[in-house]
Design a protein around this ligand. Structure first.
Ligand code: AMP
Ligand code: GLY
Length: 423
């Protein structure tokens, strides 16, 4: 079977690594990929949003399965495109109607309301309702959360501790259009106090399997300080997500979500990422993502045993009930190494020195890397994700940090406290 993966991050390197282990994987291509995926398959320099070009490649290389890593092609309808233009291609990733769960926070909130899925109370305002939005803020308690409706690369959420900040954020989103069209609507949401974690499923729209849960470390600084990033590290499993809580997640969140998609006749074959808050033992949905997380994938996939490519094919074929994947009772940690300055501006093309440390309990996943001649250079904010696997959290994070000592480039930065709060 020939497989094409779309994306270029640590998530896509992890997907490639897992898919390539399947005995039924023949050729593996990654559009556009990074230096890590290049060592497993073939990187292809096509714009993933140029669906016609992707289709030419799919036909030329007799691709059987397309796996879409990031949200943007999904929200822009890549799955719908292939349903029409190349119906024989198997695709893992929802249609645009499903991807809107991530593409519009207002849609997601309205969906949760209709299907009684626990989430923070909210109200949505358009850019023609600025004065109503102000009035609403006047009567809200603090802190309060303001969200640009559309995709804003993880930056469209502003948690406001003061009313002054809330009014400022309202203007930034609705009036100044700081997030462009993503901010033509504003969701104002109640602040939830609790502990965050993420749960993932692989579904064909009817059946599903629950993948290992993970905790992500979003802030750049140690002790969860400083600006938000795409994710500085992750741990799986999450010790506080015990049986009873996960049973509630399945009953109150996962099942009603899949039933909701079904009752809206949405063709959803792919991953659902539930961003959750555990509020006194009860799950609330903070957000839906219609793809796997990055860096969560780098701790979720190492905990899966079985033929992952087969699981993806069964998902795309509508046979998710036949998936045979087991979760390994081990802990995985990943620590993300970033360029100096990230999530602000940073320099690229620094030479990375490392000895290849991959073995059964360590895997160095590439994110923003590029190979030039024989050198591996930095090529993004998040550069590498070093995953350790162990019998417990200590063993896992020791593996990650031990390996990091052998990696270096000018300006390499990372958090040295990933997982420490869970010990
Ligand atoms: P999102 O982009 O929706 O993942 O939001 C970014 C982050 O903001 C989340 O990971 C949470 O830490 C925080 N957040 C979002 N919504 C809320 C909420 N209603 N209450 C508390 N924190 C929130
Ligand atoms: N790590 C969060 C995300 O992938 O959106």
């Amino acid at each position: 079977m020939n497989v094409l993966i779309i994306g270029s991050g640590g998530r896509e390197h992890a997907l490639s690594w897992k898919i390539a282990q399947s005995p039924s994987c023949d050729q593996l291509f990654i559009v556009p990929g990074n230096a890590g995926t290049e060592a497993i398959g073939t990187n292809v320099d096509i714009d993933p949003l140029d669906f016609d070009k992707v289709n030419d490649f799919v036909k030329d290389k007799l691709i059987d399965l397309l796996v879409v890593g990031p949200e943007e092609p999904l929200v822009k309808g890549i799955t719908d495109f292939f349903k029409v233009e190349n119906p024989d291609l198997k695709v893992v990733g929802p249609t645009a109607e499903g991807a809107i769960l991530e593409g519009s926070k207002d849609y997601a909130k309205e969906f949760m309301k209709e299907f009684n899925i626990p989430t923070a109370g909210y109200q949505t305002f358009s850019d023609e309702q600025i004065s109503e939005a102000r009035q609403y803020l006047d009567n809200s308690s603090l802190p309060i959360v303001l969200k640009a409706d559309g995709l804003a690369a993880g930056k469209g959420v502003i948690i406001c501790e003061t009313q002054e900040r809330a009014f400022e954020a309202l203007d930034e989103i609705l009036a100044e259009k700081k997030f462009g069209e993503a901010g033509s609507k504003l969701v104002i949401e109640e602040f939830l106090r609790g502990i965050e974690l993420s749960v993932f499923v692989l579904t064909d729209g009817t059946s599903y399997i629950v993948l290992p849960e993970a905790k992500d470390y979003k802030r750049i600084g140690e002790g969860d300080t400083g600006p938000n990033t795409g994710g500085m590290g992750a741990i799986s499993p999450v010790p506080f997500a015990k049986g009873d809580f996960l049973t509630k997640v399945e009953k109150e969140v996962i099942i009603p979500t899949i039933q909701g998609l079904k009752s809206r006749n949405i063709d959803y074959k792919g991953f659902i990422f539930f961003g959750l808050m555990n509020v006194n033992g009860n799950p609330y949905v903070i957000e839906y993502n219609v793809r796997m997380g990055d860096p969560e994938t780098q701790v979720v996939l190492p905990r899966l045993e079985g033929d992952f490519l087969d699981a993806l094919v069964k998902t795309a074929d509508g046979k998710a009930d036949k998936i045979d994947i087991k979760i390994v009772d081990k802990t995985a940690s990943t620590v993300v190494l970033v360029s100096k300055g990230y999530p602000g501006s940073y320099e690229k093309h620094k030479m990375i020195s490392f000895r290849n440390e991959d073995h059964s309990s360590v895997k160095v996943f590439h994110a923003g890397t590029i190979k030039k001649n024989q050198d591996i250079l930095t090529n993004g904010g998040r550069v590498l994700a070093v995953t350790g696997l162990g019998n417990n959290i200590d063993e896992a994070i020791n593996q990650s940090y031990h390996t990091i000592k052998k990696i270096d480039w000018y300006g390499m930065t990372y958090r040295s406290d990933i997982g420490f709060d869970l010990k």
